[in-house]
Structure formats: C-alpha cells, structure tokens
Design a binder for this molecule. Structure first.
Ligand SMILES: [Ca+2]
Ligand SMILES: [Ca+2]
Length: 465
C-alpha cells in the first residue's frame, strides 16, 4: 500500500497529513459574503462514459496543479512527474481535496476552490503556504479502484458458434490491447504481430487475466478490467505500468485447445437422399476443402489447385484431424471441422500455420470408394478365373506381353470382375503389376511366372512359418 509519508516522494502530502486535523478544527460556518464555507467544484470536463465515480475509501491516482488566488503556483504533481496515488475520503488529504474528489470520473477535469479551513488553516505551511490561504486546484483523475474490486468482464462480441469455452488448463492464443483506465496504452500484442500464447489458470499470467479469460469462446472479443491487486500491485512493472494501476485489456481470443480435445465436427449440409455407405478408414476419397485459422485468416484451399484433394483415409497422407473428420460422411455432405493443433501441425506449426494453431476446415466429400488392402494394386471381386494364364494369353503363344496383360486387366475392370488401386493412373498401376509378374524382366510373362498376390502372400507366410 502506498504511504503518503514516503520521504522525498510527495513532500507536500507529508505536510497535508500533518495538518489536515488542524484544518478540521477550524470553524466551518461563514457569514454571507465571508470566506467559502465549502469546496467549490467546477466540473469543466466530464467524459462521456463514466462507469464508476470516486467514493469514499477508493484508491485514486490523479495529477494536479495547485495555485493561489493570484495564479501563482505553489505545487504541482506534474513538476514531480509523479502523480498522487492515495486512498481518498479517509483524512489522508486535506479535507478540501478529500471532498473535491468525490464523485469524480476517470479523465474528468475539475477546478477546486478550497477555503483555508478545509486546506491549511490559519497556520499554513512554512515557506509554502501562507496562513488563511484559499487554494485553487486543477485536477485530472487517472485511476480509481477499491480493494474490494474484482475482475470485470464485458463481452463485446460473441461468435454464433461456440463449440466450447476456455477453462483451466487450456492453451489460449489471443490478441490484446492493454491500456490504463484513462486510456493510456501500455502494451499490445498487435504491435508484435503475433498472438500472446499461454496456459490458463496455471499462474503463468496475472491473476486478473487468468480469471478474465475463463468462459471465452473462440473468436470472442472481451474487455477485461483488472484491479491492481490482481495485476501488478503497488509496484507496477516496466515503465508503462505504474504502481497501483487498474489495467484494461481489450482481448480477441483467436483459439484455444486442450490435449484432450478431439476434432469438432459440425455438419453444414447433407444430400437430400440418405446414403447407405459413409466414408471409413481405408476408403479412397475425393474432397474439396478450405482451411483457415479460427480468426478467419485463409490458409489453404483445394480450389487453389483446380482439382479436388484425393486421399486414402488412415494412410497418414493428411493430418490426423482430417483423417478423423472426414470419416462417416455421405458423398455430397459438407462439414465444418475444428482441428486442435495436436491433430494438425502441432506446437511448431508449418508453413503459414502458426505454432499451436487450431485450424478450421470446410470440407465437402465428392466421392468415395473402398480402398484396396495394403500392398495390393488390383483385387478380384470374386474368385479369379481358374484358367487365368490362358485367359490372358490372347493369341495362345504361351507368352503374355504388356499389351495382352493390359487388355486383360482393363477388361476385368470393365466387366466389374475386379478393380484397380484407386487414386492412381490405371496405366501406371497396370505397368507396375506387369513388372511384378515378369519376374525375369524379359518383357513377357510366362505361365510359370504368373502368380496371384494372395498365393504369394500365402507362400511367404508358409516360408516364415
Ligand atoms: Ca501371347
Ligand atoms: Ca518373363
């Protein structure tokens, strides 16, 4: 707590303390036309917004100029470049000032005329204030709070969709502008061009912010007003936050997450026709997506490439959040996915993605087909023909060159007897299949060379056994 008698800090206040009692004992009544009976208050600037007025017992910070009737200055907080910080209305100031500050708003400016009996009385202050002096003060109030004050939160903008709210243990990324109660800025995350990132409720930030961020939604804008006992206390910090200062934070919560968070899924639209089969692990799918940060900053889009994205679900080709969020979809369905960083690009981020960023995707499933078992290029829907080599060897010369092989496989696909690995050029797949079968690499397959992959696998298992 601030002490008015701090040596050298506020010399006049020291005197005020010593003398205020004396002031009280002086007569108050004054005949008409005599000295002023009470303080005269002229509120010459009243701010439009005044959420709070000074009350007895409040802690205030203010600047003032003190002059005599002839305009001669006897004291000024500006000259000391240290404003007054003190509890008001409890006799620590001259009575005239205690009364003159009552009801004042932050940023309000007042002129006070203090009669001698509410100032320094008939004795004055040696060398500073003559006896029976009427004092004129010009005061601007900068701050007001009370030990009983708590964190004040005003929600300025709450987004329509709020999957969940900030709670203890969350890692929150937010932007803020910090000002003192009179509007003087002390810090801004915007000036550093990056969010402030921290865990909530763990004591990493001032208690007032730990409290003030609770319950916020992603995208929410809040004003959080923090009294000094929940901020930087009577000492303040740095050269921008004075001691005993109330802090006002205008906060924009960009995103937050918790290691236990999964993918948030919201269905935006479904096709009118119900679908029998939905996307599942192993499926080969085509989809469109738009990806952005939670504040709407656009990152990536499949539309940038002029073609839908293709992926086999569960094949580790896309971030885990997409692998999960794209499952269970009907073709034609659109979803909004909210993906926490541990299912996206993690703490270190990626190109264009800040570390620990939550991502949102709008996805639309365009097609799905069953994938093939791992390692397979082609599968038969039913049992393969018994006379497989003979069927392939179209001209019956005992050899199957690439041309015959290609025609045969394409015919099987056309007739619905089997299918190729999805998501790859069929010519490439058939070429790969041919090279697998042409074991001596002489450019044609013989009956001895041809073997079904299932038989191969079986043989391998037997060998291993
Ligand atoms: Ca042949
Ligand atoms: Ca061969």
């Amino acid at each position: 707590m601030f002490h008015a008698g701090l040596p050298g800090r506020l010399p006049l206040l020291q005197a005020l303390l010593a003398l205020h009692t004396m002031g009280r004992t002086l007569g108050r009544a004054s005949p008409a036309g005599g000295p002023l009976e009470d303080v005269v208050i002229e509120r010459y600037h009243i701010p439009r917004a005044c959420p709070r007025e000074v009350q007895m017992g409040d802690f205030v910070r203010y600047h003032y100029n003190g002059t005599f009737e002839d305009g001669k200055k006897f004291d000024s907080s500006y000259d000391r470049s240290s404003l007054v910080a003190i509890v008001v209305g409890v006799g620590r100031l001259i009575t005239g000032m205690d009364r003159g500050l009552m009801g004042m708003c932050v940023n309000e400016r007042r002129r006070l005329v203090v009669p001698p009996h509410l100032g320094y009385g008939s004795i004055g202050v040696a060398g500073l204030i003559p006896p029976d002096a009427t004092l004129y003060f010009d005061v601007v109030l900068l701050d007001v709070w009370n030990q009983a004050d708590t964190v004040q939160v005003s929600v300025l903008l709450r987004p329509p969709l709020c999957l969940r709210m900030v709670q203890d243990g969350d890692f929150v990324r937010y932007h803020y502008n910090g000002t003192l109660l009179n509007g003087a800025p002390f810090d801004s995350s915007y000036s550093r061009n990056q969010t402030y990132d921290t865990y909530i409720g763990q004591g990493y930030i001032i208690p007032g912010m730990d409290q003030g961020l609770q319950g916020a939604c992603m995208g929410e804008r809040r004003r959080i007003t923090v009294p000094p006992h929940l901020a930087y206390g009577e000492n303040g910090t740095g050269n921008k936050i004075p001691g005993s200062a109330v802090l006002v934070f205008h906060v924009h919560v960009i995103d937050f997450h918790n290691p236990t968070d999964s993918v948030g899924i919201e269905t935006l639209s479904r096709p009118a026709e119900p679908c029998n089969e939905t996307s599942k692990l192993g499926d080969f799918i085509r989809y469109h997506y738009n990806c952005s940060l939670m504040d709407g900053t656009r990152l990536f889009s499949s539309h940038d490439y002029g073609a839908p994205q293709e992926a086999t679900l569960g094949a580790n080709k896309v971030i885990e959040g997409l692998d999960r969020g794209l499952q269970g979809m009907c073709v034609g369905e659109r979803r909004r996915l909210v993906v926490p960083p541990h299912l996206a690009h993690g703490e270190s981020g990626a190109r264009g993605v800040p570390g620990s960023a939550v991502l949102q995707f709008e996805v639309e499933l365009l097609s799905r087909e069953d994938g093939l078992p791992d390692g397979y290029l082609f599968v038969w829907h039913e049992d393969p023909p018994a006379s497989l080599f003979e069927d392939m060897d179209l001209n019956k010369d005992g050899e199957v060159p690439p041309e015959e092989f290609s025609v045969f496989i394409k015919t099987q696909v056309q007739e619905g007897k089997g299918r190729l690995l999805p998501g790859q050029d069929p010519e490439k797949t058939i070429g790969d299949m041919f090279r697998n079968q042409d074991r001596d690499q002489d450019g044609s397959i013989t009956a001895a060379e041809l073997k079904l992959k299932s038989e191969e696998d079986e043989e391998r298992v037997h060998e291993e056994l």
